[in-house]
Design a protein around this ligand. Sequence first.
Ligand code: ASP
Length: 294
Amino acid sequence: MSSPPHVIALHGGAGVTPGRDYREATDYMRDLAARLSAQLAAGVSAVDCVEIAVLEMEASGLFVAGRGSAPNADGLVEMDASIMDGARHKAGAVCAIRDAASPIAAARRVMEATPHVLLAGQGASDFARQQGLEQIIDPARFFRMPVGITAADIEAETKALAHGTVGAAALDLTGALAAATSTGGVFGKRPGRVGDTPLPGAGVWADDDVAVSCTGVGEYFILTSAAYDVSARLRYRGGSLESACQGMIDSVGRLGGDGGVIAVNRAGQVAFVFNSPGLKRAVAGSSFEPWSGT
Ligand code: ASP
């Protein structure tokens, strides 16, 4: 008897400038997806898998999340992250957190160790410290410029392009689905601004049918309940995973927003849909050779 399907899909953000070389980031993502697929095949759960995926992408500094996060208008970094376990219908998230080295680790602890879903600002930072999670001691040494974003982008106020996010969606051997998303937000954002990334239903969603992670200009993804919209379209309208994702991105586009989505369903199918100039993305699984692209 063949074993049940497993798959991991990753994104490294929709903030892609045509013509730039993102190979360092996409090669990294392909190798990461391959490693995580092997872990899923060995029985690692979907929720552990998406946490590891996002934690590693945050730590790489190649993306606008974790070490590659974007400073706000006051020059301070505020990060957002969320994780959702479809099988248990549980989520954890942090927003505007400043000194946790891994926002996704803090989000996972919120899900596992509190009765809450979302902790913000200083309360989130204090919680992460109490949980013994790694702190950022020296921001000047910790943060770095992500791949494909230059100081000139930020100076020239092409801020719509100077953003990115990382995300993962996975199906494990038990049929459980999970998703996680983490971001440093948008360069030059107003202090205290929080986007879609830490909001279940907007930047992340997982249930028994589908796991979703979004990236793009967060305000539009909040205004369309984007991640949950993919699930709702599948449940109430039917059709393919791809068409549900396309319908959601079309709604974002009608408001004037751009970005992308990755989604995995219970059958092990994967969709990557975006209306931005690109989407750094990767996949590996029982039916997918490791692949990445923009
Ligand atoms: N969605 C993120 C935010 O608005 C940014 C991104 O995905 O690039 O904070």
